[in-house]
Design a binder for this molecule. Sequence first.
Ligand code: ASP
Length: 319
Amino acid sequence: MSHGVMPALVIHGGAGVIRKDMGPEREQAVRAALHAALEHGYAALTAGRSALDAVTAAITVLEDSPHFNAGRGAVFTHDGRVELDAAIMDGATLRAGSVAGVEHVRNPIRLARAVMEHSPHVMLVGAGAEAFARTQDIALAEPSWFHTEERWQQLQETLRHDAMGEHAEADHVRHFGTVGALALDRAGRLAAGTSTGGMTGKRWGRVGDAPVIGAGTWADARCAVSGTGWGEFYLRTAAAARIALRVELLGEPVALAAQAVIDGMIPALGGSGGAIVLGADGSIAMPFNTDGMFRGRIAADGVPNVAIWNDAEEARRAC
Ligand code: ASP
């Protein structure tokens, strides 16, 4: 029996890695969580399930981990709540689902998928999205489920900066911990998903790029993209769709297309962050312009690979 296309899975846990905040214990815990997400997602692909299933499985693991800014461990809003955003997209059909500003949904990626599969809509927000969740088989959670002390302290620090009138850019950078996953299944279908708590101290119902199709999340027949970074810049550049359109219309390899946006357009406007990109031919790009980006992949060789720092440093550490 032919196994069709060799499956692949690519994940990220955010590009807001600050070197001085990464002790050895935290680094080990983050790497273990990335490995677990890769295992869960890849198991779906080797069992012959869809790219959508693999993306959902991998992101669910990352949302349940306290180490990333998504689901449990999400950053706090200005008034001490969590407001979660997520999106999923099926490259084969261009179907998509997303949610923004949900406060009681344990795994927003599952709700985004339910929006795609069981509603006539693409995007639901706030109380309406949660009312829809209650009509589906979607687990809800109390605010205490999402609370971590580290995020709470980050909010206090941001509030102190705000009170002093400082707009500390470094503070925004620190909290890029969004998670994302891309998969290529045996039938050659691509899917992308992204889930986040957004930016620490956000207010006024701020929504970032992650749940906006074409900004933080995109999948079509040729490539899948998930972004992490200062969302306003990903929104203004339609970053994920722009990368995919460069691949489609200019015929660029995914690495070149991703670089043009992540290392070119976004920093030129004053933004920062990273992205993961997976092509239908199995090619992978993971550019970032911050200290590091939590990331992992399993490509055609079936070997899981997890990294935080730039490739040269990861290679040095492996020696
Ligand atoms: N892109 C996310 C947002 O702006 C933040 C992140 O990547 O952590 O909401």
